[in-house]
Design a protein around this ligand. Structure first.
Ligand code: DQA
Length: 144
């Protein structure tokens, strides 16, 4: 099974970025945690601050990956383009949305996700551990 893990803007700063909200784990720590928890899953782990990169990677996923775990970060709340990209491949490459923080406990602007309707489901509020939970949920969905 091949899974694409996508991370949006500013997630490259994890570890030092508002650790009281996002935790002290770096993105590299999270990648290692996922790969350790699922040694049989081929994980391609990427981050970009560019919405265009993320849309391109999603658009190229058909035929290459079985599923996507995505933290669209701030683009969650703004990007109809990412929503459309996820919908365009959803029949072949289903996605699970992950957030480190519980966005519903935060500012109102973070309560709405434009990307969630294009995903099977959402995991949030468990900091870095949520990524492994999201992958667990995706593997379960794909093995049904
Ligand atoms: C985030 C939540 C977003 O609101 C924020 O813009 C992020 C990170 C999270 O993982 O909690 O960059 O997606």
């Amino acid at each position: 099974m091949k899974i694409l893990v996508l991370n949006g803007p500013n997630l490259n700063l994890l570890g030092t970025r508002e650790p009281e909200i996002y935790g002290f784990e770096t993105l590299a720590d999270i990648e290692t945690e996922m790969k350790t928890a699922f040694p049989d899953v081929e994980i391609d782990f990427r981050q970009s601050n560019s919405e265009a990169d993320l849309m391109t990677w999603i658009g190229e996923a058909r035929g290459k990956f079985d599923g996507i775990v995505i933290n669209p970060a701030a683009f969650t709340h703004t990007s109809l383009g990412l929503c459309d990209a996820l919908k365009a491949v959803a029949d072949a490459v289903p996605a699970v949305e992950i957030h480190l923080s519980n966005t519903h406990k935060r500012e109102e602007i973070r309560h709405k996700s434009l990307t969630a309707p294009a995903c099977i489901g959402q995991i949030m509020g468990f900091q870095g551990f949520g990524y492994t939970l999201a992958l667990r949920a995706l593997v379960h969905h794909l093995e049904r």
